[in-house]
Design a protein around this ligand. Structure first.
Ligand code: ZN
Ligand code: ZN
Length: 393
């Protein structure tokens, strides 16, 4: 055989293998479904009543460098079954984007803004439009956003414009996963899965998400001293159809969402501000119904909350804090309870209970165990912490 023909044949063979492999990845991708309700009779405590809203945090529209209009984003979000999206167009703030917020196609289209600061990108949420633009100095911007009634989240701290760390200047949280980063951090892998993005975006994206090791380390380091909230961020600029199905943010409200847009906006931003939400790789499995709360001195504290056993009614004599994790899922999973990042308890059943009087930041990660489309080390669900002790400002 001539060498030229051999090379051609080898290339064709490789291509055939690649296409077969890709096809198999697409066909074999299995999104779990079929939630069963937790068996209430085995539960020691009834889960606190909450109203759960599902949405996607961090994306861009045509008001900055996104490829879709607010209306198009709302339509795609409605198709994906979302209750809300948080658009974060670049600016300080992006006033066009803010003015375009509203209820569109039945979806709450909320607007924050992503500020390019001296330390990196800072997402500002829930503020009233300021008279003057926000500072480009991160620590000042955080204070100004807070003064305008809002709060801030450090975006993609270890990629793109990596965050240059200084004091924890009143930020409310940081991004743990960011799908934009995923593609840039693993360009070869992204290229390999690129054709699948067009056919089965959920399969491609689930395979592309890498373990958030540095992000969770930073979360646990800063979070050991104060409540710090972790976000899974879409950061969609294009490919909204796939990206709006990848990471979901589940907020927990104490009442159903208000008809009035301004009131509903306050509810969702209020839950985000207080950390009453959890994040999930929704493309892998439907995560609705996850619950995590604490009971102490007859009081219930939801995720994001702080308990100071020293000053609570009853004081330390009020006994240990009882942490309950409810994972009523019909598929193999493992819930891990972490204190300042180290596992203190785990379980594979629908409920995990842990009692403690040790101060610290307690958060939950849930992993899928069998037939999981996720790579090793990727939490399917990440809760926000319940903070026990005195928080440093
Ligand atoms: Zn950014
Ligand atoms: Zn962004």
């Amino acid at each position: 055989m001539k060498p030229g023909r051999l090379v051609r044949r080898s290339i064709l063979l490789l291509l055939a293998f690649y296409l077969l492999w890709l096809g198999w990845r697409g066909v074999s991708f299995h999104r779990y479904s079929g939630i069963i309700e937790g068996d209430a009779t085995t539960a020691a405590d009834a889960a606190p009543p909450v109203f759960e809203l599902e949405g996607v945090y961090h994306m861009h529209s045509r008001f900055s460098d996104g490829h879709r209009t607010m209306d198009e984003i709302a339509s795609i979000a409605a198709e994906a079954g979302l209750d809300f999206v948080v658009v974060t167009d670049h600016g300080a703030p992006n006033r066009g984007s803010l003015a375009a917020a509203g209820r569109r196609r039945g979806v709450l289209v909320l607007a924050g803004t992503e500020i390019s600061t001296n330390r990196g990108h800072l997402a500002a949420l829930g503020f009233d439009p300021p008279g003057q633009d926000f500072s480009r100095i991160a620590d000042n911007a955080a204070a100004q956003v807070a003064a305008a009634g809002g709060f801030t989240v450090i975006a993609h701290p270890y990629a793109k414009t990596a965050w240059s760390w200084g004091p924890w200047a009143g930020y409310s949280g940081l991004e743990i996963l960011n799908s934009e980063v995923v593609a840039k951090r693993a360009p070869f892998r992204t290229l390999l899965f690129a054709p699948l993005l067009l056919i089965r975006p959920e399969a491609a994206l689930s395979a592309l998400v890498g373990p958030p090791l540095r992000e969770t380390a930073a979360w646990d380091r800063w979070g050991a001293e104060r409540p710090v909230h972790g976000y899974f961020a879409s950061d969609a600029h294009f490919a909204y159809r796939g990206l709006l199905r990848l990471f979901h943010t589940h907020v927990l409200l104490d009442a159903s969402a208000a008809e009035n847009f301004a009131a509903a906006r306050r509810q969702v931003f209020g839950a985000l501000r207080e950390g009453r939400f959890y994040s999930a790789v929704e493309a892998a499995a439907e995560a609705d119904g996850f619950r995590y709360w604490a009971a102490h001195s007859g009081r219930i504290t939801l995720m994001g909350g702080t308990i100071d056993p020293g000053t609570d009614e009853g004081g330390p004599a009020g006994g240990p804090v009882r942490l309950t994790v409810r994972t009523p899922f019909a598929f193999a999973h493992e819930a891990r309870l972490l204190r300042n990042g180290a596992a203190v308890a785990s379980g594979t059943g629908p409920e995990l209970v842990y009692e403690t009087d040790v101060p610290g930041s307690y958060r939950v990660e849930v992993f899928l165990r069998e037939r999981t489309p996720l790579r090793a080390g990727i939490p399917w669900i990440a809760s926000n912490p319940i903070f026990i002790g005195k928080a440093k400002s």
